[in-house]
Design a protein around this ligand. Structure first.
Ligand code: G2I
Length: 564
């Protein structure tokens, strides 16, 4: 199956051959079988005939392996965040610089991605030499710029589309009184499209704007302009809806309907610059709202045949225009600053992966997590994998902190292990894991595990850690096995002591691999001769059984290790 977004109007034979090759590759990626449920975004998007894209900044693209890896692995389409704009490509008249633009196109070629060119004619990021020209010279400069920039990539199969004009409307839906409009009048728009068609006859030519996602005065002005341009034979092939959203302003619920009315004009539509900002700081409730916005946008595009795909305006919160523009706002993207996937990533992933799934069977519960490599701020959790039989396949896991009514997420993973970071020192964490499948069904929670981060510099506890895992429990008792003891210090232990808190009314009825004594609610477990010596980084374990009043569901907590 060939992705419609890869087909360019009037494509030449050579381009078609390249496109057919892409199609062949897509066939190998298809169909999205259950085993692929944790596959990257681009694989799921291909299965739905859409692209999933990101804007890229050339700095991190050349400097950061992690940035490059995610950009290459997760996305099938890229847009230069700044490198193809006028100030980058023609800073002074007739002096063209394609270093950044070429870097983007080369990267896309290497990674079998399509490039959307952004942008040929815009009022922003255009040098003052352009703005100061008289009408005739300005029109000539515009046509020359389009001819040189779009012309450069006209034969490059990676570059499939252009934002010819960007943000031609003001916020009320009137044509923006930019220097373009003031000097050339409205005709600059049609002229730009005609020049772009001449420069790259195969490229799909788009008009792009913000605050046009819902049906409103501005999007209706856009609708009328596109309709009138096409009636005049101006080559407008596509409309870009930027999608700079904010959770505090609400979601444009008529997005799908709006996309469809444009599609009915005969144009392709696409989401070109999606991000969803929030008032900082982040919290799990805001993350959850943000995730629903991302999911809704992807679902709206999936529901409209003429929607080619969704481009996210960057992918990591480490590089986003939002904090520089909206004071106090941020966290608008799908990876955090440390390149960890956020709930918004999961939302995009699961919307793309959802397919026509009728899977309502959740995966099995993961095994109880075991914590290792505990430091003052991090811990690695590992558990026995879940299985999924409902058809959509296992998609990943989410780790939660047990806190009563709302349990915050501590991490996500597509494998049965995750390293939690950003934890507080000398703090007890009770955690559990849930699995989810490709259709978004959540498993029941795993058993909880409790660990305590180290003090990060002297103080009680350490230089060892202890984690207790409830192996099995019944109405009036349970077995905790293993309690894992790990030497986190720099020297071997010479015996260790673990303490933990027994809930009221509970009694230890047996133990192994340690000697347990109870005083009030505090249990002290001491190593035996054969397991008191732990090399740096080594672990051992003990276990115990306890009884509790019938119906009581509590289990011990506060495992703390110390070693002389
Ligand atoms: O403003 C968000 C986007 C709205 N739609 C059109 C997009 O082209 C626009 O992108 C942003 C980039 O994300 C920013 O990165 O456009 C801004 C310019 O209007 C870009 O900001 C510029 C800064 O203004 C410059 O100071 C800086 O040198 O980024 C440049 C490169 O980092």
């Amino acid at each position: 199956m060939l992705s419609s977004s890869l087909i360019r109007p009037g494509a030449r034979i050579r381009t078609l051959a390249a496109t057919a090759l892409l199609g062949l590759l897509a066939v190998f990626l298809l169909p999205v079988t259950p085993a692929d449920a944790s596959a990257p975004l681009r694989q799921h998007a291909a299965g739905r005939g859409k692209f999933i894209g990101t804007a890229l900044a050339t700095g991190p693209l050349s400097n950061e392996t992690q940035y490059r890896t995610i950009a290459a692995t997760e996305f099938s389409q890229i847009t230069a965040e700044n490198a193809m704009k006028w100030d980058a490509t023609e800073p002074s008249q007739g002096q063209f610089n394609f270093s950044g633009a070429d870097a983007i196109v080369d990267f896309a070629t290497q990674n079998n991605q399509q490039v959307h060119g952004h942008t040929l004619v815009w009022h922003s990021q255009t040098p003052s030499w352009v703005q100061n020209l008289g009408a005739t010279a300005m029109r000539t400069a515009m046509q020359n710029h389009i001819s040189q920039v779009a012309g450069r990539y006209a034969d490059n199969p990676a570059l499939v589309s252009w934002d010819v004009v960007n943000e031609v409307f003001d916020d009320n839906g009137n044509l923006r009184t930019s220097f373009w409009y003031n000097t050339l009048g409205q005709s600059y728009i049609a002229d730009a499209f005609r020049a772009a068609r001449a420069a790259d006859p195969d490229a799909r030519l788009c008009i792009n704007d913000y605050n046009v996602e819902g049906i409103n005065a501005k999007s209706t002005a856009m609708y009328n302009l596109v309709s009138s341009l096409r009636q005049q034979g101006v080559p407008v092939d596509c409309v870009g809806f930027q999608g700079h959203l904010a959770i505090q302003y609400g979601f444009p619920n008529d997005l799908q309907q709006n996309l469809q009315r444009f599609a009915d004009l005969g144009v392709q539509v696409r989401i070109t610059e999606l991000d969803v900002r929030m008032q900082m700081p982040r919290d799990s409730a805001k993350d959850a709202t943000q995730a629903t916005y991302y999911r809704n946008v992807v679902n709206a595009c999936l529901a409209v045949t003429a929607c080619a795909g969704v481009t996210i305006w960057g992918f990591t919160d480490k590089y986003s225009w939002v904090p520089d523009t909206f004071s106090g706002q941020g966290a608008a993207l799908i990876y955090n600053e440390s390149y960890q996937q956020k709930p918004s990533y999961t939302a995009v992933h699961d919307a793309l992966a959802g397919g026509t799934s009728t899977d309502t069977t959740p995966p099995t519960a993961p095994g109880p997590p075991a914590a290792t490599n505990i430091t003052a701020s991090s811990a690695t959790l590992t558990w026995t994998a879940s299985t999924d039989s409902g058809g959509s396949g296992l998609a990943g896991y989410t780790v939660y902190r047990e806190q009563g009514s709302t349990d915050p997420q501590l991490g996500q993973s597509s494998t049965a292990s995750v390293t939690l970071t950003g934890l507080s020192a000398n703090t007890q964490y009770q955690v559990y894991v849930r699995a989810r499948d490709g259709a978004g069904n959540l498993s029941t929670p795993s058993a909880t595990a409790t660990f305590t981060t180290t003090t990060g510099g002297g103080g009680p506890g350490g230089p060892c850690t202890a984690t207790g895992t409830v192996q099995t429990q019944w109405n009036n008792g349970y077995v905790v096995q293993p309690v894992t003891v790990t030497n986190t210090g720099t020297a071997p232990t010479n015996g260790w002591t673990v303490t933990f808190t027994l809930p009221a009314g509970h009694t230890v009825t047996g133990s192994w691999n340690a000697t347990l004594t109870t005083s009030g609610q505090t249990v002290t477990a001491k190593s035996l001769g054969y397991n008191g010596t732990l090399a740096t980084g080594a672990s051992t374990s003990f276990g115990f059984q306890a009884s509790r009043p019938g119906g009581n569901t509590q289990t011990p907590s506060g495992y703390t290790c110390s070693a002389p």
